[in-house]
Design a binder for this molecule. Structure first.
Ligand code: F6R
Length: 242
């Protein structure tokens, strides 16, 4: 694991954008694995700017998102389909036909997981962007998820739903299920770029880097990835030994 510690969220976003920009310059038809949530928003803003300034193009980029809530209309403001449109896709020159998110209606959820997994099996993600949950989840692989899992339907932990409640009006509105790439899908990526900022991530970050590799802290698997870069701000890194 290559660990980079920077002052604050802005610096984390800038450093992450340098890495993604270099990836797209060296391989314009890169396959990107994308995350949602608060963490990558600053990165996406910088990518939009770099696209505007013609430093990078997304014309030949393919993307695969990590996860999506089950049962939210894809036009719901908090669906990850909508998040990606609002925070990246509608603002860059990406071909929407090359963007992929898991389908999420309740009736066919197992079929959707299987279909997404088949798509992922046909490709190789060049650069996978990840955030980390305060419980150590990556994607929506909650603690206890087998490392061998491929795309599957997950029941979200109460802690994850509470963490994400800030985007909804009440806990009741936060979906209880999601569809997510499994750890096995994530680990197939050539390069993994995990970003974390804020004190609420500091315990999970400590366990990810210094704890044992255990399904109880899903992100700890990244210790075994041959090319993982972790970019932290000082607060997220505050429990790490000096
Ligand atoms: C989002 C995802 C999640 C988030 C994590 C951190 O697609 O897969 O693992 O990265 O929950 O969320 P934020 O960035 O909102 O703290």
């Amino acid at each position: 694991m290559n660990i980079v510690i920077l002052k604050n969220y802005d610096e984390v976003s800038s450093k992450a954008s340098e890495i993604v920009i270099n990836q797209l310059i060296s391989k314009p038809n890169s396959v990107l694995g994308l995350a949602t949530g608060s963490t990558p928003i600053g990165l996406y803003k910088r990518l939009i700017q770099a696209n505007k300034e013609n430093k990078i193009s997304f014309k030949d980029v393919k993307s695969f998102n990590l996860d999506e809530y089950i049962g939210l209309d894809i036009k719901h403001p908090q669906s990850y389909h909508q998040f990606m449109m609002d925070n990246l896709f509608s603002k860059v020159d990406i071909n929407l036909a090359n963007t992929h998110l898991p389908q999420n209606d309740v009736e066919n959820m197992n079929e959707h997981a299987e279909a997404y997994n088949k798509l992922l099996a046909k490709t190789k993600i060049d650069l996978q962007i990840l955030g980390i949950g305060s419980n150590g989840h990556i994607g929506f692989n909650e603690p206890g998820t087998p490392f061998g899992n491929e795309t599957f339907i997950v029941e979200l932990e109460e802690k994850t739903r509470k963490d994400n409640m800030r985007f909804f009006n009440s806990l009741d509105e936060v979906p209880k299920y999601a569809i997510t790439m499994g750890i096995k899908n994530i680990m197939r990526s050539k390069h993994i770029l995990l970003l974390a900022s804020g004190i609420e991530k500091s315990d999970a970050v400590y366990q990810m880097i210094h704890g044992e590799v255990t399904e109880n802290l899903p992100a700890s698997i990244l210790q075994l990835h041959p090319h993982a870069t972790v970019i932290l701000d000082e607060k997220a890194a505050s429990k790490l030994p000096l």
